[in-house]
Ligand binder design. Structure first.
Ligand SMILES: Cc1ncc(COP(=O)(O)O)c(C=O)c1O
Length: 368
């Protein structure tokens, strides 16, 4: 684990030196953007650090309302709601839609926040094979009496794979099942305007398709949000303890969120730059014949059969002043990963330096 002594950009400072940084989730490079920092400082000066109250009582500032309005417009939805963290979003949606399903059908590599979000009363939980619409279809057929709901990650955090949402959604529709997509890694990244996985597949206005999203990754700020039809958002406002009984996001964070929603809408070229950088890096990694996933996402994992190889590579990169962690998050994986992420702010030279260093490592190691 590294201990940061700076903010995160394309470089970071840890201990006493700078490293090239190919980690984390700051996909559009906004976490240190001057507009976010300035808006945060102004909000800090005006509101102090914390409003120390829940949204439902006295914690709602005009900035919270502005952010929700901006998000509803950005997502072309009737309304939006922000809350303390993206992790809560799946739980909030699963609770809010609880009267619409009696069984859950979940991707077998779903993020921990999806598993943690399963309501206590739901006894029928089925895991379909990872990104496998056919298996989802056959599970749904095997349980015709259940009222199903399907839930998946949009972009998978460790592998960068994009769920085949077009196919999953088509199957779910046949079974009258609502679909939830955890788009923590896809919002701001995928789709023509950055609306995430549904937009990537032309499904941004599809009925019965809900997204759980975060401001903590591509947006460079912090906090979870849901944008949907007004009745759903109203139900969350009225009924979710995660919203009503939890301290409001600090105004400085909310102000950064507002700045970032504006930037993402005004600068679509950021997303193009990110896509170009991901393409350059993925092509370099493929040319080295290192195993990775076939995706357009900015998460580019390197897979290894043995933990020692993943750790050896991550350590080698570190000794060459590059950070890319070997990860073993609590997601069911039978292989080891060095999780490389790229941002819109990386320069072609920085990406080339990473590729050259990977090549040097590969030339000196037998890796499996
Ligand atoms: C797929 C996924 N969902 C939800 C979350 C939680 O989002 P947040 O960090 O904004 O709470 C994360 C990550 O950290 C994630 O990877």
């Amino acid at each position: 684990m590294v201990t940061l002594k700076s903010g995160v950009g394309t470089t970071i400072r840890t201990e006493d030196r700078d490293y090239l940084y190919f980690a984390g989730n700051n996909y559009l490079g906004l976490a240190n953007h001057p507009a976010l920092v300035q808006e945060s400082i102004s909000a800090l000066q005006r509101y102090g650090v914390n409003v120390s109250a829940s949204r439902q009582t006295t914690g709602t500032s005009e900035l919270h309302l502005e952010l929700e309005q901006l998000l509803a417009i950005f997502k072309s939805k009737q309304d939006a709601i922000v809350f303390a963290s993206g992790y809560m979003g799946n739980k909030i949606l699963l609770d809010t839609l609880a009267d619409r399903y009696s069984a859950l059908f979940i991707d077998s590599m779903a993020h921990a926040s999806i598993r943690d979000g399963i309501p206590k009363g739901i006894r029928h939980v089925f895991f379909y094979d990872h990104c496998n619409p056919d298996h989802l279809g056959s599970l749904l057929k095997q349980h015709p009496t259940k009222r199903p709901l399907v839930i998946t990650d949009g972009i998978f955090a460790l592998t960068g794979e994009i769920a085949p949402l077009d196919q999953l959604y088509a199957i779910a529709q046949k079974h009258h099942a609502p679909v939830i997509v955890d788009d923590a890694h896809a919002t701001g990244v995928l789709g023509r305007t950055g609306k995430g996985t549904p937009e990537h597949f032309g499904l941004e206005q599809a009925p019965n398709l809900y997204q759980s999203e975060t401001l903590s990754k591509a947006f460079g700020s912090y906090g979870g949000f849901i944008a949907a039809e007004a009745a759903i958002i109203q139900k969350i406002r009225n009924g979710s303890a995660f919203f009503g009984a939890s301290t409001a996001l600090p105004p400085a964070i909310v102000a950064a969120g507002c700045a970032s929603v504006r930037l993402i809408q005004e600068h679509p070229e950021l997303r193009q730059q990110l896509a170009d950088n991901a393409t350059q890096l993925r092509a370099g990694i493929r040319s080295l014949e290192l195993e990775t996933t076939d995706s357009v996402a900015p998460i580019i994992p390197l897979f290894f059969e043995h933990r020692e190889n993943a750790e050896n590579l991550s350590n080698f990169l570190e000794t060459h002043h590059i950070i890319a962690p070997a990860v073993n998050y609590p997601v069911k994986m039978n292989r080891y990963i060095v999780r490389i992420t790229v941002s819109a702010s990386h320069t072609p030279e920085q990406i080339e330096k990473l590729i050259t260093t990977l090549k040097n490592w590969k030339n000196n190691h037998e890796c499996h």
